[in-house]
Design a protein around this ligand. Structure first.
Ligand code: BGC
Ligand code: NOJ
Length: 823
């Protein structure tokens, strides 16, 4: 049965669409295939063998459990359950014990993961989740004896505590090996390191049954020089009731079960986090106040309560995903749009780029650019949270319209270490705000009073913040009238003002030179696109004069692009600090880049004179591969300090000619705008994981979520993906698929239907919640078109135009949209 995968086996699992699950059938996936638990500030990362960790809000400063990134073997540290019976022992989640199991599956679902294993007719099921509004992971373990004789089964739980600050935890051993402290009372192990001093929080791990023993000291549990795969306590079948004093505190419960033939017993483990008011910290000298932990674990002290919480979680997800459901003739498209892409969008909403198996949770806060873009993937699901997020971002903007590149989730303040001057940042807030208003019709967000630089004494309306974003571009133009790039634009690795020769300095935070020369064509396209959005917003709120003056800036930029940023067959990428072209046919390497093609065409530049079409043809000719569209070509073969980090990568990886999936949907959208439905679909499906079932061994990352990067044609490993989960790819592909391929597009006045689909799709059904109403839309394509004009019929009545007006059609309606020829 499941075995270590040493062959080139392409099958690691399958989709169970009915249950919104991906079922993994081997512990030995090419990389750990993970899931996320939690929705409201307390989160867990959990791999297909239960590896990972949990934290409260901030994965750097409030990390509960220890995880070893890039460890050997892979994926070390997690919530482990060791099962011992008749002298053998194994892992209920497939690892870390490598005993071969008779059966193993891991089902990653919406906010939960379930592990089924069986060995010698002892079956286990572990269900792991974070209940709604709860600061705790709950793990329910059900053990079943399928033998026809009575069996004694030893269960050992295991987690290792992180000493809260995850960065310090992995570095400061002179201190940390002396600070660890725990308490044990009844069936709960409490972790109270540093609680004696400034912390007013502790963690606990409890089980709803009397203990037969416990361990809280790692070495006592594992034995000297042993790994997680063969703990001494498990081997002996007895815990030693150790109390950790410094070194590495852990929590392991030992439970002895007596199981009659056919009998099942269930255990509920709660791994929780508690904050206590400073004056209530102690129950007695050096004894912590355990009441909050007892209250929390009592919520899950029996099976019924756990099942009820699981149901609530399921209902929560069904409700969220139910806001947009589509049936096309293509199951893969349906599965991506209906389930996994929306799910990934919510995870990126929660975590931005902070904690994944590639982002270590200690480095990055919430990105200004990333978080604004992410909102376009979930405004339809959690609009009120999007509003809050946009206003949080707005509050970190500086008075001159520039933005801190990141902010910290605990303080919500701009991160001064990274600073700003990424000149694309400000305009992304126009996208997020316009998209939010189009979804909700809630213009009141513009009137919210928001600080600059988190200073409550310096505030302005959110609308003024957007105006500052707009003006920041206008006030920072370079010699050609194109926007100055600053440290970098969307492409963090195109560092035209850095000139770094020192390997110890960061490309992101180092800036030399006056930086008033290097210009970005990507920001120019972005300005035309979102500058126009800003103008439309002004018109919609009756600011005609402002709209007019802004329109002239946008028009000017459109002209400037045509005049100074067209290379002959495609749009240039930039001008460097010497005023030389980047992304031109005149360059030896990096002749063509994807970002400026996507942004100029999405902005509508060159639709009138063929440039848009030509740019797209050049993308296809020079950048498209079987695995997606590369960022640039030819790849840079050597380091060039005037171009920056992009040239630091080996050819074909990351920003140096990798397939950087985030920007592929810009081309999908551009193709849809040009009416080329087959091309749009081709680009969409090349990088969408649901379509890649046959290449998972090569692809390596999870088959149910997008990865940031797929190695490009110049690499040694074309098609190999990295950096799954936390990527703008998720939001952008969702936006492309729903608003441009399906063409169901929220606008200020209503929901427009303007698809650009495969000609072979004769019928598509969509259920879309919009401003409180639900529309059951049937898109008919009797002529086999990609694009055309839409004839609308709502509840049997013909409607002029292609827009559903929610003020006329509230509640629930049946819509038939027929795609017809233009004339
Ligand atoms: C990566 C970028 C990333 C940047 C900032 C670079 O090394 O290549 O993708 O945005 O770091 O963290
Ligand atoms: C990843 C970063 O999160 C994002 O902000 C950036 O745009 C891309 N890398 C491209 O460099």
């Amino acid at each position: 049965m499941p075995k270590e995968n040493t062959e080139n086996n392409e099958k690691f699992g399958y989709f169970d669409d009915l249950n919104y699950e991906y079922v993994i059938t081997t512990p030995y996936t090419p990389t750990p295939w993970i899931n996320y638990l939690g929705n409201d500030g307390f989160y867990g990362l959990i791999s297909n063998t239960a590896g990972g960790y949990c934290f409260d809000r901030d994965p750097k400063f409030r990390r509960l459990t220890r995880y070893r990134y890039n460890s050997v073997p892979l994926d070390n540290g997690g919530r482990y359950f060791y099962i011992g019976c008749n002298g053998e022992y194994w892992s209920a989640t497939g690892r870390p014990v490598n005993t071969e199991l008779d059966e193993y599956t891991c089902r990653h679902g919406m906010g939960y993961s379930r592990f089924n294993a069986s060995k010698n007719n002892i079956a286990t099921e572990v269900t792991s989740f974070i209940p709604l509004n709860t600061k705790a992971e709950v793990h329910r373990l059900i053990v079943t004896n399928n033998n026809d004789t009575e069996q004694s089964v030893d269960v050992f739980s295991f987690i290792e505590w992180c000493l809260w600050n995850a960065e310090d935890d992995g570095a400061n051993y002179q201190r940390n090996l002396s600070t660890g402290e725990v308490e044990v009372e009844d069936s709960t192990i409490y972790h109270k390191t540093e609680y004696r001093e400034r912390r007013n929080h502790y963690a606990f791990y409890s089980v709803n049954r009397e203990l037969d023993g416990f361990e809280t000291d790692r070495e006592s549990f594992l034995g000297p020089y042993r790994g997680f795969d063969r703990p001494l306590a498990v081997e002996k079948g007895q815990a030693s009731n150790s109390i950790a004093r410094g070194w590495s505190p852990i929590a392991s419960h030992h439970l002895k079960l007596q199981l009659a033939p056919g009998e099942s017993q269930s255990l509920v483990f709660t791994l929780g986090y508690c904050e206590v008011e400073p004056e209530q910290k102690w129950a007695a000298p050096n004894i912590i106040n355990k009441t909050p932990a007892q209250v929390l674990s009592a919520r899950f002290d029996c099976d019924e309560k756990v099942s009820a919480e699981l149901k609530k979680l399921n209902d929560y997800w069904h409700n969220l995903l139910g806001k947009f459901q589509v049936q096309t003739p293509d199951d893969k498209f349906n599965r991506a749009v209906n389930i996994w892409n929306q799910y990934q969008n919510m995870v990126t909403f929660n975590l931005s780029r902070s904690a994944s198996f590639y982002e270590s949770g200690i480095g990055r806060g919430m990105g200004f650019r990333d978080s604004n873009q992410d909102t376009i993937g979930f405004a339809h699901m959690v609009p009120e949270k999007v509003k809050e997020r946009i206003l949080d971002l707005s509050a970190t903007q500086k008075e001159d319209g520039s933005a801190y590149h990141q902010y910290q989730p605990l303080t919500k303040k701009g991160n001064a270490d990274i600073g700003g001057n990424f000149n694309d940042d400000p305009m992304w807030m126009v996208l997020s705000t316009a998209n939010y208003i189009k979804e909700t019709g809630d213009f009141s967000i513009l009137d919210e009073v928001v600080p600059f630089d988190s200073d409550p004494n310096n505030t302005a309306s959110h609308f003024t913040h957007l105006e500052r974003s707009f003006n920041h571009v206008v006030n920072n133009l370079g010699p050609h009238g194109l926007p100055l790039i600053g440290r970098a634009d969307w492409n963090d690795c195109l560092n035209l003002n850095c000139f770094s020769e020192n390997p110890n300095e960061s490309y992101q935070t180092t800036q030399r030179g006056a930086s008033d020369v290097a210009e970005s064509v990507m920001i120019a396209g972005q300005f035309v696109l979102y500058g126009q959005e800003f103008v439309d917003l002004c018109i919609n709120i009756g600011k005609a004069d402002l709209a007019k003056s802004c329109q002239s800036e946008v028009d000017k930029m459109r002209q400037t692009i045509k005049q100074h940023a067209w290379d002959g067959e495609w749009f240039l990428r930039a001008y460097d600090a010497n005023g030389d072209k980047i992304g031109s046919n005149d360059n030896a390497e990096g002749k063509i880049f994807i970002e400026s093609q996507g942004f100029c065409v999405m902005a509508g530049v060159g639709f009138d004179d063929g440039k848009a079409l030509q740019a797209m043809n050049s993308v296809e000719k020079h950048l498209s591969t079987d695995f997606g569209i590369m960022l640039n070509q030819p790849a840079f073969t050597g380091y060039n300090k005037y171009i920056g980090e992009i040239t630091s990568y080996p050819p074909g990886y990351k920003e140096n000619a990798g397939i950087f999936c985030h920007n592929n949907p810009w081309i999908t959208i551009s193709e849809a705008m040009l009416g080329r439905g087959e091309k749009a679909y081709e680009y969409y499906s090349k990088i969408t994981p649901a379509f890649l079932q046959d290449v998972h061994q090569l692809h390596k990352t999870e088959p149910y979520v997008y990865s940031q990067m797929i190695a490009g044609a110049d690499s040694a490993t074309p098609g190999e993906a990295k950096n799954s989960w936390l990527t703008g790819t998720a939001a952008w592909n969702y936006y492309a698929a729903t608003q441009y391929i399906l063409g169901i597009r929220p606008e200020y006045q209503g929901l427009r239907i303007d698809p650009c689909i495969l000609p072979s799709w004769d019928k598509v059904s969509v259920s879309r919640t919009f401003r409180g109403a639900t529309y059951k839309i049937e898109l008919r394509n009797p002529l086999g078109l990609s694009k055309g004009v839409i004839q609308l019929e709502i509840d049997g009545q013909k409607i002029a135009g292609d827009m559903i007006d929610p003020t006329v059609f509230a509640n629930q309606h049946n819509v038939i949209a027929t795609l017809c020829n233009k004339d």
